[in-house]
Design a protein. Structure first.
Length: 646
């Protein structure tokens, strides 16, 4: 008898599951990198900032290499790999201290300044977290974009199978004779451990990671300011300014969401930190940290390593202008790091090269004219109705007092390069532009996100410069710390909490709509996918449509589906056959053979499209009601499940 379940959708978690998921996320991102960083001699802000990146490097290398030697990737092998990395780091540090004693690092900030910067970072993290979660509706909400099921299914696949290879999770959609693409999977590997340890849902695991991204970006920029001896006020202002722009992270939370790309953006500024640290003191321990950080960015996403060059390159330009005699020495010092990195990350590098040469690349269409793109950058306004004018004002002040950035002036060149890159991609589909932008799929959204990071840094500098300007003109009896607090709180206030409401509204479009039944994944479809997990036996597959939301089935229930992603390029031949002719099961031997090969026992269909569109994109799934080889076992307002009578 068909049932109509009216209970709460399964993605709404309990307070305990939310707390467990957040705790597991922090532990998985924290412990491996913390242990390894301590062993490598990192301390203070540098240790705090590099900890997540080191953890992603360890996990990102552990997954493919354990798969290559026939071991599963799980919490135990992740822990074992952490021990290996920490041992190597400790050995190199001991060797360094014994043969090349490091000089004590000068203290950049007083203890009170450290606490003040920490307070700004906590505030930025809390605002970014709240903005993301308020936009989602709640932690555990299902992202509606087309990239989300690929990541969600991949996380569950790694957790259940232990296959940490670089092609493994792609086989959920490109199985059999399908051409499974390479995909860097550090994000998914660590998320799979979090999912296993926390016991929460896949959507909850993804949402917790997403909500922490603004805080990670703020932390990376604070560490960059600290590493280049910038003022504490600058660090606090940059932390706050980095989580304010709508195009910084929030647009891509709406669109996709682009999980690994956003993680790479949040960690990319650290490339400049580890590069400068190594070149200032060329030694085994600093070289190890540089190598692991670079590999970590590559493991998160191939484009993150290219993005790191857009930070590291301008740094080298300023360094070599000021100390041109060091060019040869610096290049020579980088050669062994590059050679060892290529060897250690060979699986990722060869996978990326193979992907670039064999997978189709069309890019995205241009958006508008270059002058309009420039206005979007300077106005912090992409497709939003109003510019974020206070960020623009802070940016203007930052440009006026740009020379005061000192050792960080290279960030202006990063802003220039990424800004010009966005303007070119946004306004031109020329072959050269598309070729240069291939690591980012010629996607204007990605380029504007990259450009906003250095621009928001300069805007934060504008706020800090305003504080310094006022300090020089106000009576000396006004405490600088009080003045700094007033300026930073005033910036937070005039931006209405760093544009929390407008930014969360943008995030919301990627997770829900006023009428839930118009979503890509409706509450009814979600309940049906969870119900299928209760009906199906282990190993049984379900036939589904590629575009009706049921590609989330495996992530939510553990039941494999014929289509696991909305990307239908180069699909398996069995998927093509069943999509076109599944309803001919009784009369077509080829269909029956494909059903048997894939062990299809179920059919799950989401909400059909409204006329005049076909009910489903796959013609073979239209008109299944009443067919004798199918038995309806579940139905609600948006979805139906059939059992195949085989």
């Amino acid at each position: 008898m068909p049932r109509d379940l009216r209970k709460t959708v399964p993605s709404e978690p309990t307070l305990l599951s939310v707390a467990a998921s957040i705790a597991c996320c922090l532990l998985v991102l924290g412990i491996p990198g913390l242990v390894t960083g301590l062993a490598a001699g990192l301390r203070g802000w540098l240790l705090a900032g590099l900890t997540p990146l080191l953890s992603y490097a360890i996990g990102g290398l552990a997954g493919p290499w354990t798969a290559a030697i026939g071991l599963p990737f799980n919490a135990w092998t992740f822990a074992l790999t952490t021990v290996i990395f920490a041992a190597v780091a400790f050995g190199l540090r001991r060797l360094t201290v014994r043969r090349w004693p490091p000089e004590p690092e000068p203290r950049a900030w007083e203890p009170r300044a450290n606490w003040a910067v920490g307070a700004c970072l906590v505030l930025a993290t809390a605002i970014g977290f709240y903005t993301a979660v308020h936009g989602m509706g709640h932690l555990g909400a299902i992202a509606q974009g087309g990239d989300a099921p690929y990541a969600a299914n991949g996380v569950r696949y790694i957790a259940e199978s232990g296959d940490g290879s670089l092609f493994g999770m792609s086989k959920l959609n490109w199985y059999g004779d399908g051409a499974a693409p390479f995909y860097p999977n550090a994000y998914h590997l660590l998320a799979s451990v979090q999912y296993t340890l926390s016991g929460g849902s896949i959507p909850l695991t993804l949402d917790v990671n997403t909500a922490l991204l603004p805080g990670l970006l703020a932390l990376s920029l604070v560490v960059m300011v600290r590493a280049f001896r910038g003022r504490a006020v600058l660090a606090g202002a940059v932390a706050l300014a980095s989580v304010a722009p709508v195009m910084g992270l929030y647009e891509s939370m709406n669109r996709g969401p682009l999980f690994p790309f956003l993680l790479g953006i949040a960690l990319t500024p650290l490339a400049a930190v580890v590069l400068r640290r190594y070149l200032d003191r060329v030694a085994p321990d600093t070289g190890f940290v540089l190598m692991v950080a670079a590999i970590g960015l590559l493991c998160v996403h191939s484009s993150a390593l290219f993005g790191a060059i857009l930070f590291a390159g301008p740094l080298l330009v300023q360094r070599w202008i000021e100390r041109w005699r060091s060019i040869g020495r610096d290049l020579l010092a980088l050669l062994p790091i590059a050679a060892v990195s290529v060897l250690v990350a060979s699986l990722q590098l060869f996978g990326a090269l193979g992907q670039a040469s064999s997978w189709g690349y069309l890019g995205w269409p241009s958006e508008w004219r270059a002058t309009t793109a420039l206005g979007a950058l300077l106005g912090f306004q992409h497709f939003e109705p109003r510019p974020q004018i206070w960020l623009s004002a802070a940016l203007l002040v930052g440009f006026i007092f740009f020379r005061r950035l000192g050792a960080l002036r290279w960030i202006g060149l990063t802003a220039l390069i990424t800004g010009l890159f966005y303007m070119a991609v946004s306004s031109s589909d020329a072959p050269l532009v598309m070729a240069l932008s291939r690591p980012w799929w010629d996607d204007p959204y990605r380029f504007i996100t990259m450009a906003i990071v250095p621009l928001s840094f300069i805007a934060g500098h504008g706020v800090a410069a305003l504080h310094e300007w006022l300090k020089e003109r106000l009576p000396s009896r006004v405490p600088p710390a009080v003045l700094a607090a007033v300026v930073l709180l005033a910036f937070t206030g005039v931006t209405k909490g760093l544009y929390t409401r407008t930014n969360s509204d943008v995030v919301a479009g990627g997770y829900h709509s006023p009428d839930p039944r118009t979503q890509n994944i409706t509450p009814g479809e979600e309940r049906a996918m969870v119900e299928l997990g209760k009906l199906a036996k282990p190993g049984e597959w379900a036939m589904n449509d590629r575009y009706d939301g049921t590609t989330w089935t495996y992530a939510l229930s553990g039941v494999r589906t014929v289509a696991a992603h909305d990307d239908g390029s180069r699909p398996p031949s069995d998927a093509v056959l069943l999509a076109a002719h599944f309803r001919d099961y009784e009369t077509d031997p080829a269909v029956r053979a494909a059903v048997a090969r894939l062990n299809v026992h179920w059919v799950i269909l989401g909400r059909p499209a409204a006329p005049p569109k076909p009910a489903y994109a796959n013609e073979g799934l239209i008109g299944l009601d009443g067919l004798p080889f199918l038995k309806e076992v579940y139905r609600n307002e948006d979805a139906v499940i059939y059992q195949v009578n085989r």
